[in-house]
Design a protein around this ligand. Sequence first.
Ligand code: ATP
Ligand code: MG
Length: 382
Amino acid sequence: MRLNSLVLRNFRNYADCEIEFPDRVNLVVGKNAQGKTNLLEAIHFISTSKSHRTFLDDELIKHDDNWFYLRACIANSQNGDVCDVDEMKVEVSKELRGNKKFKVDGSVIPKISAWIGRFQVVFFAPESLSLVKGAPVGRRRFLDTLISQIDRSYLSQLQNYQVTLKQRNQLLKQIRPNYVEKSLLGPWDGLLAEDGVSIAKTRSSVIQALRIHACEKHENLSDNCERLDVVYRPSVGEVVDLPRDDAIKQFLAKLEGAHSTDSMRGTTSVGPHRDDFDLMVQGQEDSVFYEAKSYCSQGQQRTIAVALKLAELEVLREHSGSAPVVMLDDVLSELDSVRSKMLFDLLENLDVQTFITMTEMEMWLSPHKDCHIVRVQNGEII
Ligand SMILES: Nc1ncnc2c1ncn2[C@@H]1O[C@H](COP(=O)(O)OP(=O)(O)OP(=O)(O)O)[C@@H](O)[C@H]1O
Ligand SMILES: [Mg+2]
């Protein structure tokens, strides 16, 4: 995919701005608080109908105005070749306290969910560091969002699982004061195990694919000095390699084994809602892998988060045959010049359109002459 041009009206600090993106690698350069992140936020909003920074869409409207408008011309690509004939025009508008509206080639999209997935982006924002440093919920969300884009049945399994889990937890809360019998949990256990095993098996296979790409990118980014490993930790234990029926039996046994503690606590203690994956790193001098969250430096953690994002790109590309647009916001802070340069070499060889923000043009950038520079100043492109 390639974003050919973008119009922003009354979006954040942009009053009226039109930009073209003729090249693959776009450097968004400007001092602090000029509108670099706002620009990437607009592209992300067109892709997902959401901001990565706020749930309140009205915050995106320029101060003292009461609407915003975005327009993007997007070229599709098949097997790596960008095809301008296939260009689509996407318009997004929002009035203060009103609903957001999406139009594709002039026609209103009645349900925004029908648009999601047609223009895919992979976005590294400073918030993405929580993939490495943060709680398991962030890693599960990353995984679920990725899998939902490549496997439609996964999303419905996940939704069914969440509904059953909520109902089972309500029942557990009634068992504690002896309002109902423990034996009533049986049907909910069965439903949880059915969907839970499907979810765990899908997560396991996607993590394997992600792991291959993340390890390769990480090795490049660290200039072959470090190795990464990504290890799935399913809360139900090692059921993913078992035949489905055996896996369901094992999951059921775990749920039954936890009946007493679950009813004491009023919540379900095993299942995919408690899954995680470990990120482990081995340095040149290390004989073993260490947990990144506890031992890695800021720059190492950033390198891992970027490697995961670039792995996400490759998994999406493998499934859809067309590469998403990659956006990297504030990725260079905390990376030394070697890692920054390795990142640029990698981006140039990825064969995808990239947007990367920076406050200054660095010396080590000089060999990367083919980049398109977008200079941002006070909500304008200069
Ligand atoms: N709704 C809004 N209306 C007007 N201005 C806004 C709105 N929301 C944010 N801004 C302003 O937009 C400016 C640019 O924000 P942005 O986050 O894009 O900066 P940046 O260029 O990414 O800076 P940094 O290098 O510090 O990350 C900020 O001064 C911010 O206060
Ligand atoms: Mg910023």
